[in-house]
Write a protein that binds this ligand. Sequence first.
Ligand code: HEC
Length: 90
Amino acid sequence: MAWVLMLAALAQPAQADGGQDVLKAGTGREQVTSRCQTCHSLDYIEMNAGVLDRAGWEKSVNKMIDVMHAPIPKDEVPAIVEYLSRSYGR
Ligand code: HEC
């Protein structure tokens, strides 16, 4: 019986994490959350936290638009890059 409880306990964090992506607070967060989550989870952003600098984030966002065909208006790019480099920049 004890092992069943242990399994249940182990399963908990994974469930609680599922679908609950929350980015750091800041101007532009809503935009990034809505624009970047349509194709993949926001984990992609957290994975690159502290790895990409501003130029790196700008390149990444443009890659999403140019290569992945992300439907993000070009005039929103500066605000998105600003948020990403401020909150997740190197
Ligand atoms: C149109 C779909 C789409 C949208 C919208 C999108 N992405 Fe992506 N993104 C992808 C795909 C597909 C990959 C996986 C590419 C690969 O594995 O090479 C990816 C991968 C990534 C990666 C991993 C590194 C890389 O370059 O492969 C990062 C970081 C990333 N996306 C950030 C973002 C950010 C930030 C936004 C919002 C500005 C965004 N994505 C919006 C499709 C999208």
